[in-house]
Ligand binder design. Structure first.
Ligand code: NAD
Length: 434
């Protein structure tokens, strides 16, 4: 079986490499020549734990290869996945489907023999049908089916998520396409992974509904954390007390600076647009976004409060910039909102991050970067724990205190015990903890 993956970003590259690990032949295509050249040399364009080894193993076995020649790859394919970006369309929050449709137009003339064209990108309801229309218009002779197979992997644990998913969702309309995709996912059937087989629209919506629900859990606990601060309750214990209820579950109940990343912000926006297009209102999802924006502003206030009497000219070191640990991805990270807001108030920013500095440099201005957190802490007035990297979970606090000018320790991930940090002479600020 020959699989082609169009797009070698976080999803395309991980999925392509994992399918090759299943034993099928995979060709990953990208129009970014530099990315392909790097991949051909074994250099990963993204940071994802275990990916380099997985790619190396499968390229050397001949099952995985990289090309910018989409036409040739598609001509030999049984299955073509579209795994290109679907960012927010500038200005209006709709998912930008330019890349998906462009990929469909490029795929169409090269289809050769029966092929299943599968949307793996997160796309609004109706997109798979539109892709079918594009391909049929461009190549009326093509023998193909479309399918929807949304991806649920998380950056930072993407390989394990792909190899041992909670479920696989497949939207199809023909038995033939179903049989091809079942064959591809056979290794997951063997480990009894639940398969949700449904129509195209349902599969597309499952992805948005799942992401919006997870974002809702985050905004919910963040809003509760605001009340905790007002009434002297501890949000960590509230979350634990809630999460032990199996109907609720403990995941995604960590109060913090708000959600970010390449998915939740754009997917919640796009879901709202789908409601609007159908003359409906997404009241809950709208509130989720409002709470998330307010939470980021609240973090700015907290940091300024900790720097009092005046924040102007003060220096703050950010520990972590990525939207979560174990990735270099800073897309929509809360740090990208919080840091510029502080800079506007005349605060100087230093920052460190185990993997995210080069991506952050592309989008943040006037930040001084350090590889070592202890270098970043020299002469600063405050430290902000922005991302809960393991590297920042057991810092030598005494050493940090000795290096700093001020004593503010602002823990936006509630990693540390407030009493312990205060006992070392810091002023401690967490989120929803006292
Ligand atoms: P990305 O931006 O990291 O990568 C997209 C890649 O597609 C880029 O390398 C780009 O050059 C390439 N590309 C675009 N048009 C192309 C074309 N016509 N031909 C060949 N290559 C093309 O995107 P991503 O983060 O991997 O996300 C891809 C999709 O998967 C999105 O819809 C996203 O919402 C969804 N998704 C992402 C994640 C995640 O954690 N990143 C998880 C689940 C789902």
């Amino acid at each position: 079986m020959n699989v082609v993956m169009v797009g070698t970003g976080y999803v395309g590259l991980v999925s392509g490499a994992c399918f090759s690990e299943f034993g099928v032949k995979v060709t990953c295509v990208d129009k970014d020549n530099e990315r392909i050249e790097k991949l051909q040399k074994g250099i990963m364009p993204i940071y994802e734990p275990g990916l380099e080894e997985l790619v190396a193993r499968n390229t050397s076995s001949g099952r995985l290869n990289f090309t910018n020649n989409l036409a040739e790859a598609v001509r030999n394919a049984d299955i073509v996945f579209i795994a290109v970006g679907t960012p927010s369309r500038r200005g209006d929050g709709y998912a930008d489907l330019t890349y998906v449709y462009e990929a469909a137009r490029e795929i169409a003339p090269n289809l050769n023999g029966y092929t299943v064209v599968v949307n793996k990108s997160t796309v609004p309801v109706g997109t798979a049908r539109h892709v079918r229309k594009i391909i049929a218009n461009e190549n009326p002779q093509a023998d193909f089916d479309v399918a929807s197979n949304p991806e649920f992997l998380r950056e930072g644990s993407a390989i394990n998520d792909f190899m041992r998913p909670d479920r696989v969702v497949i939207g199809v309309e023909s038995e033939r396409a179903m049989a091809v995709l079942k064959e591809l996912y056979r290794p997951l059937y063997l480990i009894e992974t639940p398969m949700v087989i449904t129509n195209l629209e349902t599969a597309e919506l499952i992805k948005y509904a799942s992401n919006a629900f997870l974002a809702t859990k985050i905004s919910f606990i963040n809003e509760i954390s605001n009340l905790c601060e007002a009434v002297g309750a501890n949000v960590k214990d509230v979350a634990r007390g809630m999460g032990l209820d199996k109907r609720i579950g403990p995941k995604f109940l960590h109060a913090g600076p708000g959600f970010g990343g390449s998915c939740f912000p754009k997917d919640t926006q796009a879901l709202i647009k789908m409601f609007h297009d159908n003359n409906l209102t997404a009241r809950i999802v709208e509130a989720v976004i409002q709470v998330n924006n307010a939470q980021k502003s609240w973090m700015v206030k907290k940091i300024c409060e900790a720097l009092k009497p005046s924040e102007y000219g003060k220096i703050v070191a950010f520990f972590g910039l990525t939207f979560k640990p174990q990735t270099d991805d800073v897309r929509e990270a809360p740090s990208l909102t919080i840091i510029p807001a502080l800079q506007e108030k005349g605060i100087k920013i230093r920052a460190t991050d185990p993997k995210g500095i080069s991506e952050a440099k592309k989008v943040l201005n006037d930040v001084e970067y350090f590889d070592d957190p202890y270098d970043a802490a020299k002469e600063v007035d405050a430290i902000v724990i922005m991302t809960e990297w393991n590297e920042y979970r057991a810092l030598d606090l005494k050493k940090l205190k000795g290096l700093m000018k001020g004593n503010a320790f602002i823990d936006l991930r509630n990693v540390y015990e407030p009493q312990k940090v205060r006992s070392l002479g810091f002023s401690y600020t967490g989120v929803g903890v006292i």
